[in-house]
Design a protein around this ligand. Structure first.
Ligand SMILES: *Cc1c(COP(=O)(O)O)cnc(C)c1O
Length: 427
C-alpha cells in the first residue's frame, strides 16, 4: 500500500479534484497549503507566503485568528446547525443586531445564503419580485459594463465580463448596460441612463460600489454613482449594491456605499462577512422592499432558501468579525495600512512602468506598463515572481493589486512592496 504523506498532496490532488476557474490541461500543479496563521500561508515544503490578497478578500483579520476560532469552537459545542425555517437562534439574532448597527441606516432586514453569487442572485430576485408583487411590469436589470456579480445564472447574466459565459448566454435574464462614471464622462453616462430608462422596463440596478474587483480593481467616481442612484430612486428602480468585495472596511469605511449620499435599497455581503472562516452571505434590504413581500398571499413571500441558511457557526464567525472590525485596534490598523499604501504610492508614481495608479482604503492597484507580447504570459510570470519572493499576489492581467489583511505588520507590508518593486525592475 502506498505510504500516505502530506508531501505529495499536489500529486494526489490531480486524480479526483476539479478546481475552480481552471483549465486543467494547461494549468500547472496546485500548490498544497498545509497551514495558515496571521498573514501567512505555508505550503507542504514549509515555504511561507504573505497572503497579499487575504485569500480573495476574506481573511481581513488574519488567518486562524484566535478571537474568531475560539468563539466558533465554543459555539460548535452548543448548537451546530438547525433549520432556519420555523426556527431561530441566538447567533443569528445577535448578528442581525450587530450588522444593522454598521450598515447604512436605511437597511432593516437580512436574508441569509451561502456565498457571494447567491447573495447577488437573491438581490436580483428581490428586485424583480418587488415589482412583480406590486403589480409593475418590469423585468429588465440594469448593470455596469465589466461588472462582476458571481457565477450562478442570475449573477452571470448581470456580470459584464462575459468571456467565460458563451455556453449559457441564451438562458440569461434581460440586462441593459451602463458604462461606469469616471468623473470626466459623468454627463454622458447620465444621458445614457435616462435613455435606457425611457426605452426599457427596468426593475433594478445592480452595481459594485466604487471598486470593480474582477475588472482588475477599477475605481470609479462617487459623485457620478450618487447621481445614478438618485435617478434610479426617482424612477422606482431598486438599487442593489454588491458589496461582496468592498464590504467590511476595505474602502476605509464599513461599506463603500457610505461614500454616496443616496443609500441603496439592497446590499449584498459575503467574503469578509465571516472573517475568512466559513462560507456565508447576507442580502440586506430596506423596510420598503420587505413590505412588498409582506402579505396574506403566500406566493408574495420570497420563496428562496438554502439548507445551511444562517448556520450558527458561520453567524458566530461573522459576529466575532464585526466585533473586531468595529474595535479601535482594527480601525487603527486600517488607517495604518492606508497611510503605508499612500507612502508606497509616492514611490510608485515616479516609476515609468506604473500606469493608472489608484487607491481606495486598503486597496492599492496599478497597471504594469510593458509590451504584453514581450512577456507572453505576463500574468503568470508575475505570479511566479511574487511567489518566489514569498508573497502571494494574484495579478489580473497586467494589473497588480494589494488587498492584505488589516492586521499585516509594517515589515510584511514592506516585503510586499519590495516584491512589487523588484517586479518593476525585472519586467
Ligand atoms: C467574489 C464576488 C462575488 C461572488 O462571490 P462568490 O462567493 O465567489 O460566489 C460576487 N460579487 C463580487 C463583487 C465579488 O467580488
Amino acid at each position: 500500500m502506498k505510504k500516505e504523506t502530506t508531501q505529495d498532496l499536489s500529486q494526489r490532488d490531480k486524480k479526483h479534484l476539479w478546481h475552480p476557474l481552471t483549465q486543467h490541461k494547461t494549468a500547472g500543479e496546485m500548490l498544497a497549503i498545509v497551514k495558515a496563521e496571521g498573514v501567512n500561508l505555508y505550503d507542504e515544503q514549509g515555504n511561507k507566503y504573505i497572503d497579499g490578497i487575504s485569500s480573495w478578500y476574506t481573511a481581513m483579520y488574519g488567518h486562524c485568528n484566535k478571537k474568531i476560532t475560539s468563539r466558533v469552537a465554543a459555539q460548535m459545542q452548543q448548537l451546530d446547525q438547525v433549520v432556519f425555517s420555523g426556527f431561530t437562534h441566538e447567533p443569528a439574532v445577535r448578528l442581525s443586531e450587530a450588522l444593522i448597527d454598521i450598515l447604512p441606516s436605511n437597511q432593516q432586514k437580512l436574508f441569509f445564503s451561502d456565498n457571494g453569487s447567491t447573495a447577488t442572485e437573491i438581490g436580483i430576485k428581490m428586485a424583480l419580485q418587488y415589482h412583480h408583487n406590486i403589480g409593475n411590469d418590469r423585468k429588465v436589470m440594469l448593470a455596469f459594463e465589466e461588472g462582476f456579480h458571481g457565477d450562478t445564472f442570475g449573477a452571470m447574466s448581470v456580470s459584464g465580463l462575459s468571456v467565460y459565459n458563451g455556453a449559457f448566454e441564451d438562458h440569461f435574464i434581460e440586462v441593459v448596460r451602463l458604462p461606469v462614471p469616471t468623473g470626466a464622462n459623468n454627463s454622458e453616462v447620465i444621458g445614457t441612463l435616462r435613455k435606457l430608462i425611457g426605452e426599457h422596463k427596468i426593475a433594478g440596478f445592480i452595481y459594485e460600489p466604487l471598486v470593480q474587483g474582477a475588472a482588475a480593481m477599477k475605481i470609479h467616481d462617487a459623485e457620478g454613482l450618487n447621481e445614478i442612484l438618485k435617478i434610479c430612486k426617482a424612477n422606482d428602480i431598486i438599487t442593489v449594491a454588491d458589496e461582496v468585495m468592498t464590504g467590511f472596511g476595505k474602502t476605509g469605511r464599513y461599506f463603500a456605499s457610505e461614500y454616496m449620499e443616496t443609500q441603496p435599497d439592497i446590499i449584498c455581503m459575503s467574503k469578509a462577512l465571516t472573517a475568512g472562516l466559513l462560507p456565508m452571505a447576507i442580502t440586506s434590504c430596506t423596510q420598503q422592499v420587505f413590505d412588498a413581500f409582506y402579505s396574506e398571499e403566500i406566493s408574495k413571500g420570497l420563496f428562496h432558501g438554502h439548507t445551511y441558511t444562517a448556520n450558527p457557526l458561520a453567524c458566530t464567525a461573522a459576529l466575532a468579525g464585526i466585533e473586531l472590525l468595529t474595535s479601535e485596534e482594527i480601525q487603527h490598523d486600517i488607517q495604518r495600512v492606508i497611510k503605508s499604501h499612500e507612502e508606497f504610492s509616492k514611490r510608485l508614481k515616479a516609476h515609468q512602468k506604473v500606469k493608472n495608479l489608484r487607491q481606495l482604503g486598503v486597496i492599492l492597484a496599478f497597471e504594469l506598463d510593458v509590451e504584453m507580447e514581450r512577456y507572453g504570459d505576463l500574468r503568470n510570470r508575475l505570479f511566479a515572481h511574487f511567489m518566489k519572493q514569498g508573497v502571494f499576489l494574484r495579478p489580473l492581467g497586467n494589473t497588480i493589486y494589494i488587498l492584505a489583511p488589516y492586521v499585516i505588520g509594517d515589515e510584511d507590508l514592506e516585503a510586499i512592496y519590495q516584491s512589487i518593486w523588484s517586479a518593476l525592475e525585472k519586467f
